[in-house]
Structures are given as C-alpha cells and as structure tokens.
Design a protein around this ligand. Structure first.
Ligand code: ATP
Ligand code: MG
Length: 285
C-alpha cells in the first residue's frame, strides 16, 4: 500500500518583516506567496548564495523563479537538464562557422557574464560530472572556470544560480551529491494550502470561486487517497488545465477527467479509483 501523499512542512513562515524589503515593479508573472519564500530568495540573491527549489511537479517552482527574476529586475536564463547534458553544453564550446572555429558561450557562461539568474530545471537529471562545474561558482569563490578558453570568470553580484528538483518523483538512485546541495540555500515547495490554491485557480483561469473550490477539494481528496502505485498526484498545474477546459465550455467533470485523471496514469485500476473521486466531488457530465 502506497503511503498517502502527505503534506511536508513546506515553505517556512516569516515571523517579522525583512529589513530593507524592496518595492515590486508592476506587471510580470503572477506568483502568490505561501510563506517566506520571496524574502528568502531575495536575501540569498543579495548575498550571492545559490538557491535550490525542491517540491512536487506543478507546484509553482518555475513560476516562482520567473516572478522573482522580474521582481529583482534580472534576466532569466533557463536550462532544462537531462542526462546527456554535458559541461560543454552549459559552459560553451567552439563551433564551426563558415570555415572558422568560433567560441560560443553556453547558457551558464552567458548568465555569469551578464549577471543573470540561471535556472537549472530538474538538475538531478544532469550527470555528476556536469554538476561539478557548478561547485566553484556556488561557494564563496563565485568563479566559473572556462577551461577551453583558459579563463576564469568572476560572477558579478547580480548572478544567481537556481536549481530545481522533485525529490519524490526522481528515482532514489538519482540524487544531488551532498557536496552540491550543501552549497545552496533551499526552499521546500509543496501543494498549496486550499485557500491559496483556489485563489491561484481563480486568477489563472477566471473560474468562479465556488468552482475553484470544488476543484481544490477534488485535488485534496486525490492527494489524500494514497492510490497504490500512483507516481504523482493532482498538481496545481493540472487544476489550472481543468479550469481552462471548463472555461472553454466543457462540463467540470469532463474537464477534470481529461486534465487531472488521465494524465496521471494509464493503469485502468488507478484510473477507476481516480474517477470515483471525481464522481464523488463533481456533478456528473
Ligand atoms: N504560488 C503560485 N502562484 C501563482 N501560480 C501558481 C502558484 N503555484 C502554482 N501556480 C500555477 O501552477 C502552474 C504550474 O506551476 P510551475 O510550472 O511553476 O510548476 P513547477 O513546480 O515548476 O513544476 P515542474 O516541477 O513540473 O517543472 C503555473 O503555471 C501556475 O499557473
Ligand atoms: Mg518547472
């Protein structure tokens, strides 16, 4: 029997306002804070610390980084990590251009040169030897060695490295090395509290409050159910998709099956279990 997806402690709360909290520029991606994550990020970025965001899929990690980049007025360079990602992909390489070999900076080097926020999404997917190039950059040295150029770049104050990963989903075989994770400040993301999740749904999709609450209740039931073998549970992203489908004219039940139930699994028994929860929480289509 799989353990239910219980709530983890999640984001820490702020007990008093931070010193020197800066004004937020208008516009930009909408991010609804849950705890002190924005203040922690600001403080880490101001002091040159790398930040690790961990939490289940679709719970707001990418949206958070996008919003913080906007609030801090920094460019954002995102790299989707995968097992074939090499140090050269991150740092740069010589490329043939019209008969000449020309050096081309990789995204990490570009971020260091321009003082950007560099976001390595799903960092545990990258090979260990790729991740090691980050070490001198994310400890007190703040240096990037570009071996092929024989250059060492000092990161300017604006540069911040951010990595994300999903501890539940990634296999136990894959994990960040202790020496890497201990160089970073960490923010734990979790499923949003129901009030916040309903607000996010309303903002993102324009759903009426009562409908947003129905979807949130369904998501909570799925998260609590502990359906055996289900690798993930309903994410805020899936709820937003269900809300979008409903706003486009589909009955809520149909929208929830298409956007929440079916993406979670191909297993008929699990689909049945999930559909029962949809039947119990939403009016039949
Ligand atoms: N706190 C929040 N404020 C506003 N929107 C949110 C928030 N949390 C989640 N969302 C919504 O959920 C969607 C999915 O979030 P996001 O893409 O940031 O997830 P993620 O944690 O990066 O997932 P993955 O691990 O799969 O990359 C966003 O596009 C947004 O609509
Ligand atoms: Mg993401």
């Amino acid at each position: 029997m799989t353990a239910p997806h219980e709530s983890t402690p999640g984001r820490p709360k702020l007990t008093h306002p931070p010193r020197g909290a800066a004004a937020t520029p208008p516009g930009g991606p909408v991010y609804v804070p849950v705890g002190a994550e924005c203040e922690i990020f600001r403080a880490a970025a101001a002091k040159g610390h790398a930040v690790m965001l961990k939490g289940p899929t679709g719970c707001g990690k990418t949206r958070f980084v996008e919003a913080m980049a906007h609030r801090l007025g920094r460019p954002l360079i995102t790299v989707a990590c995968h097992e074939d990602l090499t140090a050269g992909d991150l740092v740069g390489r010589y490329l043939l251009q019209g008969g000449d070999t020309v050096w081309t900076d990789g995204p990490l080097t570009r971020a260091v040169r321009t003082g950007a926020i560099c976001y390595l999404d799903e960092v545990v997917e990258a090979r260990a030897d790729t991740v090691v190039v980050l070490h001198p950059l994310i400890d007190h040295r703040r240096e990037l060695h570009v071996d092929r150029l024989g250059e060492t770049l000092k990161a300017p104050p604006g540069f911040t490295l951010v990595v994300s990963y999903n501890p539940g989903y990634q296999s136990v075989l894959k994990d960040l090395k202790e020496s890497t994770r201990q160089r970073m400040v960490s923010i734990a993301f979790d499923f949003l509290p129901p009030e916040v999740e309903a607000r996010v749904l309303m903002q993102e999709t324009g759903l009426a409050e009562a409908t947003a609450r129905q979807l949130v209740k369904l998501a909570q039931a799925i998260r609590r159910a502990g359906i055996p073998g289900l690798p993930e549970v309903a994410s805020t992203r899936a709820l937003v998709a269900a809300g979008d489908l409903h706003q486009a004219g589909l009955p809520l039940h149909t929208a929830a099956v298409a956007a929440i139930v079916e993406p979670l699994t191909d297993d008929a028994v699990q689909v049945d279990g999930l559909r029962e929860l949809v039947d119990a929480h939403l009016p039949p289509a």
